[in-house]
Write a protein that binds this ligand. Structure first.
Ligand code: CDP
Ligand code: MG
Length: 140
């Protein structure tokens, strides 16, 4: 499998509860490497642009407000099959459906406040990494 990079966000519910380290440890234990990282507080406009693909969905307004409610930690994770591995470690969107040991099973509060984001395809990873980081900030 190829070495890939993917965009991870530790979401507001998790930064608020001081879970950043516990979440990063799950990714590192799975063989993913943090090659870029920063803590930022998104504006609603930035959150809305990031999640533009969901604009027509009923949960969009709530999602944007939530993502701008507290700081987030955005990271680029690198490793073998990083895009799929990141999503496996996160677990299903709804914590009620997430597998045991996953981030969302252990930490998520609800389907909306679900502690982590991960890119869902190569195209999404490329767009989302470029949304937050310049090439100079990616240090493998
Ligand atoms: O994050 P993931 O790729 O697993 O799910 P998504 O379908 O791309 O949705 C993006 C985010 O919107 C989720 O992670 C949830 O925070 C939120 N969401 C929600 O609040 N209610 C839903 N029915 C679906 C998603
Ligand atoms: Mg998604």
């Amino acid at each position: 499998m190829a070495i890939e990079r993917t965009l991870s966000i530790i979401k507001p519910d998790a930064t608020k509860r001081n879970l950043t380290g516990k979440i990063v440890a799950k990714f590192e234990d799975a063989g993913l490497r943090v090659v870029a990282s920063k803590r930022i507080h998104l504006t609603a406009a930035q959150a809305g642009e990031f999640y533009a693909e969901h604009q027509a969905r009923g949960f969009y307004g709530e999602l944007v407000a939530y993502m701008a409610s507290e700081p987030v930690v955005v990271q680029v994770l690198e490793g073998e099959g990083a895009i799929a591995k990141n999503r496996e470690v996160m677990g299903a969107t709804d914590p009620a459906e997430a597998a045991p040991g996953t981030i969302r099973k252990e930490f998520a509060l609800s389907k909306g406040e679900n502690s982590a984001h991960g890119s869902d395809s190569e195209a999404a990873a490329a767009r989302e990494i470029a949304f937050f980081f310049s090439g100079l900030e990616l240090v493998g």
